[in-house]
Design a protein around this ligand. Sequence first.
Ligand code: GDP
Ligand code: CA
Length: 313
Amino acid sequence: MTRCIALSGGVGGAKLALGLSKILTPDELLIVANTGDDFEHLGLTICPDIDTLLYTLAGIANPDTGWGRADESWETMKTLKAIGGETWFRLGDRDLALHLTRTQQLASGETLSDTVAGLAKSLGLEHPIIPMSDQPVRTMVRTDMGELPFQEYFVKNQCLPKVSGFQFAGVTDAEPNPRLMDALNDPRLEAIIFCPSNPFISIDPILAIPGLREALKACSASVVAVSPIIGGKALKGPAAKMLLEMGFDTTSAAIAEYYGDLLHGFVIDSRDKSLANDLQTKRRHVLVTNTVMRSIEDRVVLARETLAIAERT
Ligand code: GDP
Ligand code: CA
């Protein structure tokens, strides 16, 4: 029976998801991945957040880049460059094997959930990782350079354009993953955790799927978010820059404000403890702790503490 649902993007989310997977059994934990970053490139369907979760839980993620596999080689990229192919999005040789397999399986009619389950099994994973939806949803970023598909903003333009908003193309026709809805409808569900992922581009695409916000609100489980902002900064990626450009302060308080009344619990870093009093409300319990996950122990401790506040709220 699912006790905990974790909503996750890539690198920040996967760290906490790994911690959760060390203390919950595969039956107790459901990891839901953002697919708004997915795109079609070189004829392949690429799912960056799903793959970061797969590689992280399998212990083969590249710790330096935050994407792709450790122990990677780049012969295909070198050859692509030599023949004038597109090389702005880097894909390692081993990583490519996964994209090839997924693309072939999708073309033969498998759902994205099926292909992810198959890949997870081949990597020896037992904890379920599911896409938020089996229908394609693609994040579009409104910027001062016009509307850009997510990876053109993120990788090609290195997050430099100024952001004014987001659109999740396809989301109105997307259905939430049935496994996610089953877990949300189970009265025994205890916790829904928003991992310390980017709220705009990792958690929002999930929440934008029709019916999901309502299902979260109707559900009796506690919703707890872990702030991805620590001491006014993101540890990685454009979260702080986006907050600023979208008119928010670059603080954990802005993250709490953004999630609003969805939250029953909020976890902030010890460095932000001066914010705790103001953030604490009758409805929202605030936990101040170390949220910087360097070691595996850090991941496990934060996972345990986050679950504990969900149980108390
Ligand atoms: P992406 O899809 O790879 O961009 O990853 P996510 O959206 O899941 O996570 C990005 C966010 O994770 C950034 O805003 C980081 O500040 C945050 N992050 C990364 N590592 C940590 C960590 O150890 N602790 C916390 N609290 N946040 C983290
Ligand atoms: Ca991502």
